[in-house]
Design a binder for this molecule. Structure first.
Ligand code: HEC
Ligand code: HEC
Length: 296
């Protein structure tokens, strides 16, 4: 919002105060006995439709309410913003009220999360209430990539199976969520050779999960030495690097021949974002318990 110009601020203040002043003046004027010819309580001498006007004073309770209303209005305008650009003595704004309410809610939930943080991830994963809280956090923070059921999608791992890139024990899951992960499979095209060589390596990879490719798997096996540094001699992967097990027929980027050739040719890099700046450690603890519970 643009700052109000001082002219408009002054103008609005003037009109608001003038209105209140006019109310006071009107009350004062009505209370005066201004018709001295007719004594109090007597008829004013005219009637309309059977209603006759008497010279009666305004009822006390009514006057009292009116004056109380005016005092309230003045106090209110002193404490809260209302007079032009004047911010009010309390410094209240809709934004800071909203922030206070959020803070109050956070404090309440923080206590719940603090209690959960005292329980081990393993035990927490058996607490249906905690798992439900974790599931809600998952829906808000993780489902976008891993799916609302955590089954994943191409490039985004399934978190409900027992196949782990980095490890499925409670502490590793927590570490993954806290610090994020970067899986980096470099482009291997130049190192492997021409497209026939790549086809051969792909055929070898396919053979590891009992399948056949169009290349020569035997020839490809020799080239796999290039890959063993990360994926291991036995191709069972390396959890330190997040290099997947290539023998289990569970695929992050696709296990058909074309996808494997694509992976070898152009590389892959999966990025799991870090959450340590976005979620408190206690919330990450509950999330880890939720993820851990998915494997049970
Ligand atoms: C922007 C997308 C994205 C979001 C959001 C995301 N992840 Fe991930 N996550 C990934 C990717 C991609 C990987 C795989 C990283 C790799 O390829 O090395 C991954 C990996 C993981 C792993 C490791 C799996 C394994 O096999 O070791 C866990 C556990 C995990 N995520 C949990 C979560 C949780 C819990 C959240 C929410 C707090 C979350 N992720 C949010 C993209 C995401
Ligand atoms: C520098 C380490 C490194 C080397 C060398 C390497 N890889 Fe990888 N590879 C990885 C990592 C890490 C990933 C997981 C990428 C991700 O998380 O997105 C991966 C992923 C893959 C995948 C995809 C697996 C899936 O589940 O979809 C295949 C296939 C693969 N590598 C095959 C190979 C082959 C064949 C070679 C040798 C020609 C090779 N890699 C060399 C680190 C390596």
């Amino acid at each position: 919002m643009n700052e109000m110009s001082s002219f408009w601020s002054g103008w609005i203040t003037f009109i608001a105060l003038l209105n209140i002043f006019l109310c006071v003046w009107m009350l004062w004027w009505c209370q005066r006995k201004h018709d001295d010819d007719v004594p109090e309580g007597e008829s004013m001498g005219h009637s309309f439709d059977g209603i006759e006007e008497f010279n009666n004073p305004l009822p006390r309770w009514w006057l009292g309410m009116f004056y109380a209303g005016i005092v309230f209005a003045l106090l209110y305008l002193m404490l809260y913003p209302g007079l032009g650009a004047y911010k009010g003595a309390l410094g209240w704004t809709a934004v800071n009220q909203w922030e206070r309410e959020i803070q109050k809610a956070d404090n309440r939930y923080d206590r719940i999360f603090e209690d959960y943080a005292k329980v081990s991830i393993e035990d927490l994963s058996k607490d249906p209430e905690a798992v439900k809280v974790g599931q809600r956090l998952f829906g808000n923070n993780c489902a976008l990539c891993h799916g609302s059921d955590a089954h994943g999608a191409p490039g985004f791992p399934n978190l409900t199976d027992t196949d782990w890139l980095y490890g499925g024990d409670p502490e590793t899951i927590k570490k993954t969520i806290t610090f994020g992960r970067n899986g980096n499979m470099p482009t291997m095209a130049a190192a492997v050779g021409d497209t026939a060589d790549i086809k051969n390596v792909a055929a070898h990879v396919l053979s590891l999960s009992g399948r056949k490719g169009s290349g020569d798997a035997e020839a490809g096996r020799a080239k796999f030495a290039l890959c063993a540094a990360c994926h291991g001699q036995d191709a069972k992967g390396n959890k330190m690097l997040g290099a997947p097990n290539l023998t289990d027929n569970v695929w992050l980027h696709g296990g058909d021949e074309a996808s494997i050739i694509e992976t070898i040719t152009n590389g892959r890099s999966g990025a799991m974002p870090t959450f340590k700046d976005k979620l408190s450690e206690e919330k990450i603890h509950v999330l880890a318990a939720y993820v851990y519970s998915l494997n049970k």
